[in-house]
Design a protein around this ligand. Structure first.
Ligand code: PGA
Length: 249
């Protein structure tokens, strides 16, 4: 099964109407015929703006979160149905910042994954260990537990998800996992997906995220089980993000 890599930008809570327009126009101009798939996951207020900026380009629109619920009394939330109205194709689910600052549990992440899938949005499910967990030798156990909850709830359609391995200690810190460290965890996740989805596991994209940048992307993306990147800081600079896209296939 052939799969294209996915290079997804996670803008987090950054941007403005003016900055978004300049960034996306540069991306559209610079990525006219990419070898990989590209997405930008933007803050919710800018979905409509970026939807029109990427129209007709190879760049897909993504959200940074999705509610477990379809509609109703859930102040501050956005449902997958609403996101679909803006042409959203991807939604980040279970980012470590959501787990840390918003108390999202493995069960909530699994339910958000299900809500996205039920509405034709591809969830980018984030897993990753903290520095303390890595130092305690618990990396494998942590990421397997996080992914297991998602597999448990979404078993029959698990082949439709994207997984992102994002070691928490590497996010926004400038400390990237070495290609070998990343590949080792990706191989663990691939084996777990293989157990759940057998033949389809090879086609599931497992992205690396955590200080991926223009300088280190090629080496990370060369690893056997790294199928793309989820990029924070470097996705806000058109030249850097385009260089990462150029390193992907
Ligand atoms: P970073 O963020 O590239 O700025 O480390 C990645 C992420 O949190 O998705």
């Amino acid at each position: 099964m052939t799969k294209k890599m996915l290079i997804a930008g996670n803008w987090k809570m950054n941007g403005s109407l003016a900055a978004n327009e300049a960034l996306v126009k540069a991306l559209v101009a610079g990525a006219a015929a990419p070898a990989c798939e590209i997405a930008v996951c933007v803050p919710a207020p800018y979905l409509a703006q970026v939807q029109s900026l990427v129209a007709g380009s190879p760049i897909a629109l993504g959200a940074q979160d999705v509610s477990t619920q379809a509609q109703g009394a859930f102040t501050g939330e956005q449902s997958a149905v609403m996101l679909r109205e803006f042409g959203v194709r991807y939604a980040i689910v279970g980012h470590s910042e959501r787990r840390q600052y918003h108390g999202e549990t493995d069960e909530v992440v699994a339910a958000k994954t299900a809500a996205a899938l039920a509405n034709g949005i591809t969830p980018i499910v984030c897993v990753g260990e903290t520095l303390a967990q890595r130092e305690a030798g618990a990396t494998e156990e942590v990421v397997k537990r996080q992914l297991a909850a998602v597999i448990h709830v979404n078993g029959h359609c698990i082949s439709e998800i994207v997984v992102a391995y994002e070691p928490v200690w590497a996010i926004g810190t400038g400390k990237t996992a070495t290609p070998e460290q990343a590949q080792a965890v990706h191989a663990v996740l691939r084996a777990q997906l293989h157990h759940a989805a057998s033949d389809h596991a090879a086609g599931i994209r497992i992205l690396y995220g955590g200080s991926m940048n223009a300088a280190n992307a090629a080496e990370l993306l060369a690893q056997a089980d790294i199928d793309g990147g989820l990029i924070g800081g470097a996705s806000l600079k058109a030249a850097d993000f385009l260089q990462i896209i150029a390193a992907a296939r």
